[in-house]
Ligand binder design. Structure first.
Ligand SMILES: *[C@@H]1O[C@H](CO)[C@@H](O)[C@H](O)[C@H]1NC(C)=O
Ligand SMILES: *[C@@H]1O[C@H](CO)[C@@H](O)[C@H](O)[C@H]1NC(C)=O
Ligand SMILES: *[C@@H]1O[C@H](CO)[C@@H](O)[C@H](O)[C@H]1NC(C)=O
Ligand SMILES: *[C@@H]1O[C@H](CO)[C@@H](O)[C@H](O)[C@H]1NC(C)=O
Length: 263
């Protein structure tokens, strides 16, 4: 399985407080330091304002700061997960725009991911470019005991084949989701999402790279999220995507660990 697996295995045993309100991944490129008095800094502020106002209506925006000089130009992208409603989308993007300035105050290349949304900006034009450099995995440390590992791998593989092929259809806007019954009592829920600037081919490639991690870092785990700048994939034993099944909420999630993926 190539060198997908972590350079540094970071085991943060978080007791899951992973509500929509917490950012789950952020990255500041320390080779993009800028001063707070620079024009780029001001351009980032206006770019963020545009992203905050324009993202909720369509769930996705790419924009560039208007600038006379190309050296001050900033490219920005924001996207909400395709199943997330306008209100949650709006709240998420507002939080992201605020938080990214706190965590990366001195950088022009930054990205932040929440379960509900993703926001990124850079002086380089990254639109339409597949990016699986770096990334993060979160997994539930509990092992699957409801079925044997082989059956689980087969069911997980079949579910993800189905939702991945759904996601790359143009009408799906990069989103695929679905569930399958593992046993009469246990349902496996899966979701995949690409950023909407990607081609069908690059989206499929991103999913393939991400799903590869299921067999390594997440093998036989009760839940897993693989996060890249270009795609997000996740499965859980409880419902987590919208519309939520009201009869099946309130999961006891247990302990979540994370693994950093090397660039
Ligand atoms: C950038 O620098 C900050 C502060 O020194 C550090 O916390 C952060 O981990 C660095 N980011 C990367 C991607 O190395
Ligand atoms: C950029 O700034 C961070 C702290 O904000 C520092 O850790 C890092 O070394 C700086 N990078 C460069 C290339 O100067
Ligand atoms: C950002 O730069 C300012 C001014 O140079 C400095 O005071 C501050 O510590 C830096 N913040 C981080 C997170 O590196
Ligand atoms: C899960 O299974 C692995 C491999 O059999 C084992 O090493 C690990 O301790 C188990 N984890 C838990 C939380 O039971």
């Amino acid at each position: 399985m190539k060198t997908l697996i972590a350079k540094c295995i970071l085991l943060l045993a978080l007791v899951c407080s992973c509500s929509a309100a917490d950012s789950i991944w952020q990255l500041c490129n320390n080779n993009s330091n800028i001063s707070s008095s620079s024009q780029i800094f001001k351009n980032i502020d206006s770019l963020l304002a545009t992203l905050v106002s324009k993202t909720p209506s369509k769930g996705f925006v790419t924009t560039t700061s208007s600038s006379y000089s190309s050296k001050d130009k900033v490219y920005g992208l924001a996207q909400c997960r395709g199943d997330v409603g306008k209100t949650d989308c709006s709240i998420c993007i507002q939080d992201a725009a605020k938080k990214i300035r706190e965590v990366c105050p001195n950088q022009s290349d930054a990205r932040i991911l929440y379960d509900f949304c993703f926001l990124r900006y850079s002086q380089e034009n990254f639109f339409g470019k597949l990016d699986t450099s770096g990334g993060l995995i979160y997994y539930n440390v509990a092992n699957v005991t409801e079925t044997d590992p082989k059956t689980f791998d087969n069911e997980l593989g079949a579910l993800f084949d189905r939702i991945r092929s759904e996601a790359v259809l143009p009408k799906s806007r990069g989103l695929g989701k679905g569930k399958t019954k593992l046993t009469p009592f246990v349902t496996l829920n899966g979701l995949v999402q690409c950023t909407r600037d990607l081609s069908e081919l690059d989206c499929a490639q991103c999913f393939a790279t991400a799903v590869g991690s299921f067999m390594t870092a997440c093998h036989n785990k009760k839940g897993c999220r693989v996060l890249y700048s270009s795609c997000y994939i996740r499965y859980e034993f409880y419902p987590f995507y919208f519309p939520l099944d009201p009869s099946r909420t309130g999961p006891s999630v247990g302990t979540i660990a994370s693994v950093r993926l090397s660039p």
